[in-house]
Design a protein around this ligand. Structure first.
Ligand code: ZN
Length: 242
């Protein structure tokens, strides 16, 4: 199986369209979406529709749940909370219905798909340090777990002795006797100081994974955010990639 894994689109239609075009160009037939289709950006309904239409499997992110009151926004920072309030007003009844139907985790072949963490996806914890990743390997059985949530693409492996480390190559081979947690980065709001949209390609035929980065029309996405009266910082951060 060969598949594209996308995450954290965050209502950024410009970034999503570029990513989907690239996936089509590469003739990847399967897309899996790791959630946070909405929040922050100006096109929530369009992004929900496109993600669900194009993806074979989609899991819920914390912003998806917040937009339909399944997650309390008390834990959100003020800017994220304001964006969710705007999203709730903008969300179509069809969009809300689609978000309500999402599961927290999905499995396909030897892959686990989850937005935040395998251990407790509903807690929406962040895996940031190597230690954070290391603890999670005991809480799933699959060979590879794909996650999003932090908006920083990174891959960590654990060998069969329990030793964990960062994967430093891109693309990188999927090695026997190693398991992986791969954060695919964010389509619509990257935070690794690189403003380009991020997604991953899983190639189960050739045993490799690659993180892809793509330029998109950042000024247009920024302009839409400002026109909608969303917080200005949400436009600024797209260009900064943080
Ligand atoms: Zn997110």
């Amino acid at each position: 199986m060969k598949a594209a894994i996308i995450s954290d689109v965050h209502a950024n239609l410009e970034a999503l369209l570029v990513v989907l075009k690239d996936i089509k160009k590469r003739r990847l037939k399967s897309i899996f979406c790791l959630g946070d289709m909405v929040g922050y950006g100006a096109n929530p309904n369009e992004c929900i529709d496109l993600c669900l239409k194009e993806s074979k499997l989609t899991v819920a992110g914390n912003h998806d749940w917040a937009a339909i009151d399944k997650t309390d926004i008390a834990s959100f920072n003020p800017v994220a909370a304001e964006a969710i309030k705007w999203t709730k007003e903008k969300l179509s009844s069809d969009g809300a219905k689609k978000l309500k139907g999402l599961e927290l985790a999905q499995q396909v072949d030897n892959l686990l798909l989850v937005h935040a963490t395998p251990l407790n996806p509903m807690k929406w914890g962040y895996l940031l340090s190597l230690e954070d990743f290391e603890k999670e390997f005991n809480h799933f059985d699959q060979k590879i777990c794909f996650i999003g949530h932090s908006h920083v693409p990174v891959a960590v492996y654990q060998d069969d002795n329990g030793y964990c480390d960062l994967v430093r190559d891109n693309p990188f081979p999927i090695v026997a006797k190693r398991r992986y947690i791969v954060n695919v980065g964010s389509v619509g709001q990257p935070r690794d100081m690189d403003p380009r949209a991020s997604y991953a390609i899983y190639d189960g035929n050739n045993n490799s994974i690659e993180i892809i980065r793509l330029d998109y029309n950042v000024p247009l996405a920024q302009q839409k955010i400002l026109v909608e009266g969303l917080p200005e910082v949400l436009a600024d951060r797209l260009l900064a990639g943080r």
